[in-house]
Design a protein around this ligand. Structure first.
Ligand code: CTP
Length: 409
């Protein structure tokens, strides 16, 4: 079987949903194709699907237990429905029966597959298969159109002779065609199908009810990276300190104030991320105490006791299964030496070093970066942060895919 660009699928996490229909037997071939190119495939079957093929068959092909029941404590313990919903880069339901499609449209949660879809923000693709009259029925057509308007992709159905003897649209597309759709889905951009988690902007460490210790970061570089990554097909989650910038379209933003809040939000999201970009200017220390009320002139303390904040990038890079990490190093002197020391100390794959000056770096529209990695140095000259972010994402994607290939070899 010829595979077009199988590398693009290596390491991708695909949740394969199977609903009740005679075409379910073809799903075995589809699962086998994906596993053969290094995809991690997990299967959820509706009870109806198990009437057509046995879960053990798909378990044998994928190497993972097949989930069928929302209320099975053993399955919940292995990977619960919420974890499954978060785990996947793409959910593909093949075959998607008329009943399955109607349930998805209505937002039902009566099977594990529907519950997972309802609990998930992961992109969903359906490969419908049913009798051609059922497919052409206005109810099915209304359901599928409404789902497409919500961004659900529809692959097929194909036309031809059906299991029941009728001829017309309603056949499940062949596994090789479905496979090509999946490849196409993940090749829409250099980061298509990746989930990129990013910190941006400054943090504010409160001193009293109205004052804080902050820094001059505007968030412009981080927001430009978020946009450039989304333009390359990444799903982007932005954890942002206070900035005046609007949230770019198609990006999920969590707004925080302090380093501790940024750390907590990143840690809550990181298990879903393929790539982590630490662009925020995080305060390394915070005042030990924060006065409940505004401190009055006469009672201002002459010295402040500061306590350390968590280092978010170091914590993420130190996780047992860390995402691919890109860090920044803003320096005023000995830029590359200090940056390389930082990269090694925090054990991160790629580090973007920049010199902070009056015209570049903090709170400026332009910047220049030098990328440091085990592969060497790449200099990106001073230019607008938008253009710089696009170049940075280009190099990040290249290095990330090279890293994945090594991981999967
Ligand atoms: N960083 C972080 N959490 C912190 C401090 C820094 O995630 N508490 C991240 C920044 O987002 C950046 C990298 O670590 O990607 C380096 O930040 P920088 O401020 O340049 O360096 P520090 O590690 O704080 O060291 P120093 O202030 O001594 O230069």
């Amino acid at each position: 079987m010829a595979h077009s660009d199988p590398q693009i699928l290596a390491g991708r996490r695909i949740l394969l949903g199977v609903s009740g229909g005679i075409a379910a037997y073809k799903t075995v071939e589809l699962a086998r194709l994906r596993v053969s190119v290094g995809c991690d495939v997990r299967v959820v079957m509706t009870p109806g699907a198990t009437q057509f093929i046995g879960p053990l068959t798909l378990q044998a092909v994928t190497g993972w237990p097949v989930s069928t029941d929302t209320f099975d404590p053993q399955q919940e313990a292995a990977m619960g429905h919420i974890a499954l919903a978060r785990w996947a880069d793409l959910i593909v339901i093949a075959p998607a029966s008329a009943n399955c499609i109607a349930g998805l449209h209505a937002g039902q949660a009566d099977t594990l597959l529907h519950t997972v879809c309802l609990a998930s923000t992961t992109p969903l693709a359906l490969a419908p298969a049913m009798n051609s009259q059922m497919w052409q029925h206005p109810a099915t057509q209304a359901n599928i159109q409404a789902l497409q308007q919500r961004g659900v992709q529809c692959w097929g159905p194909a036309e031809g002779v059906q299991a029941c003897g009728d001829t017309g649209p309603g056949r499940l597309q062949e596994p090789t065609e479905l496979y090509q759709h999946i490849v196409a889905y993940f090749t829409r951009g250099s980061l298509a199908g990746c989930h990129l988690l990013l910190t941006a902007g400054p943090t504010r460490e409160p001193l009293d009810a109205v004052r804080y210790i902050g820094n001059r970061s505007s968030g412009k570089m981080g927001y430009a990276i978020a946009k450039a990554a989304a333009a390359q097909g990444a799903r982007v989650t932005l954890v942002s300190g206070p900035t005046a910038l609007a949230c770019p379209p198609d990006i999920t933003r969590h707004q925080v104030q302090t380093a501790q809040q940024m750390y907590d939000q990143v840690m809550a999201q990181v298990s879903e991320a393929d790539i982590f970009v630490a662009c925020a200017a995080v305060a390394d220390y915070r005042p030990e105490t924060c006065a409940e009320h505004k401190i009055k002139k006469g009672t201002v303390p002459r010295s402040l006791t500061m306590v350390p904040n968590p280092d978010i990038l170091a914590a993420v890079a130190g996780l047992p299964e860390p995402p691919y990490c890109l860090g920044f190093a803003a320096e005023t002197d000995q830029v590359l030496t200090q940056a390389e020391t930082k990269r090694k100390a925090k054990k991160i794959s790629l580090l973007a070093a920049n010199r902070v000056s009056a015209t570049a770096g903090f709170d400026a529209d332009e910047n220049a970066l030098t990328l440091l990695s085990d592969q060497g140095r790449i200099h990106l000259p001073q230019q607008s942060k938008q253009r710089l972010a696009q170049q940075l994402i280009h190099h990040l994607a290249e290095q990330y895919h090279a890293y994945l290939t090594i991981q999967n070899s």
